[in-house]
Design a binder for this molecule. Structure first.
Ligand SMILES: [Zn+2]
Ligand SMILES: [Zn+2]
Length: 341
């Protein structure tokens, strides 16, 4: 029988349509892999073309040659750090001058290597750079929210082939984010505990939706997953801001994120996907009610009229079946520790 499930923190309802339920195997992309070269002469992100990008914000290792990760301003930035976030209100029309930061993080010098196929140490370097930029931009009092994300594949919005991530810092807190923060605070007021810590503990005990667990992180399907194979990674230690991740946690997250991306890559044959770091604002450091996480969303289905008209999703894959499928995908032969070095 079909069933409606409620997302515990957004309070949104999802239809799990078991009548049209698909076995996870039915969503495999069956793509013919196109060979991608490791170096492309006219790619602005490939080594040797550093002068073709806007001036570098940072590189890792610092002033390192060759570099492992580079951060540059987005040449086609959605927002500009050159303007001030001046606010105005005219009748009902509220505006803010388009202030913000839009940066590109080049994942590695290798044009062909998707993050899920990089060595764990390289993924850790990328995460270290995320943290450094997150904390640096959080100090700017004009910044109210920072989104770190990756678009992998055309259907996920990637316009350049060279693997990269992005960061957008905005002068406002998006209402979707504010809603989650408010729900988390309401739960804390009612129960006296972080709802994410509670949920993670009960899911770890239940096991059925767990994809993988390390000493410090757990990756799982959500009980009311809106789309097939949407997987969340939570730190096991309570932490409201991504900026507070420790060096040991960072290395552990690199392993868990890379393994999950590799499982999706192998199991579903390189689906387009987005992932995003969803963190409380930096000044939430120490807040007891919110808990940051990473959400990984494969783009296997299209949003249609019902979703647009209601905000409610129909998911045709049982989250428990997706978790079981991903647990079984073996990835020890692709990248990870030491591979490709
Ligand atoms: Zn390139
Ligand atoms: Zn927590």
């Amino acid at each position: 029988m079909p069933e409606l499930r409620q997302n515990f923190f957004t309070k949104e309802w999802v239809i799990i349509a078991t009548e049209r339920a698909k076995r996870p195997e039915e969503l495999v992309m069956h793509r013919v892999a196109q060979p991608v070269p490791a170096f492309v002469a006219d790619c602005p992100f490939c080594p040797g073309n550093e002068s073709k990008t806007p001036q570098e914000v940072l590189r890792y290792p610092a002033s390192g040659e060759p570099w492992a990760v580079r951060v540059i301003p987005n040449k086609f930035a959605a927002l500009s750090s050159e303007v001030q976030p001046t606010r105005s209100l005219q009748h009902l029309r509220r505006r803010i001058a388009g202030f913000g930061f839009h940066e590109v993080i080049v994942d590695s010098p290798d044009h062909s290597r998707y993050m899920g196929l990089l060595p764990d140490a390289q993924v850790a370097s990328i995460l270290r750079v995320y943290k450094e930029r997150y904390n640096a931009l959080s100090f700017d009092h004009r910044v109210n929210h920072i989104t770190i994300f990756k678009n992998h594949g055309v259907d996920a919005g990637a316009s350049l082939q060279h693997p990269h991530s992005q960061l957008i810092a905005t002068p406002v807190i998006p209402s979707q984010v504010r809603h989650r923060l408010n729900e988390a605070l309401r739960h804390y007021d009612d129960v006296g505990e972080c709802m994410f810590c509670q949920m993670v503990a009960s899911e770890v005990e239940d096991q059925t939706r767990i994809v993988l667990k390390s000493e410090r992180f757990v990756a799982m399907e959500m009980f009311a997953s809106a789309t097939p194979f949407a997987t969340h990674i939570f730190p096991l230690r309570h932490m409201a801001s991504f900026g507070d991740i420790s060096e040991m946690e960072l290395n552990d997250l690199a392993r868990v994120l890379r393994t999950l991306l590799a499982k999706l890559y192998v199991g579903l044959e390189n689906p387009d996907l987005n992932f995003t770091v969803r963190s409380g604002p930096a000044e939430y450091s120490g807040a007891r009610h919110f808990h940051w996480y990473v959400s990984v969303i494969p783009r296997l289905t299209r949003v249609a009229g019902f979703e647009l008209g209601s905000g409610m999703f129909i998911n045709t894959v049982l989250p428990e079946a997706a978790a079981e499928f991903l647990r079984k995908v073996a990835v020890d032969k692709v990248a990870g520790a030491g591979a490709g070095q």
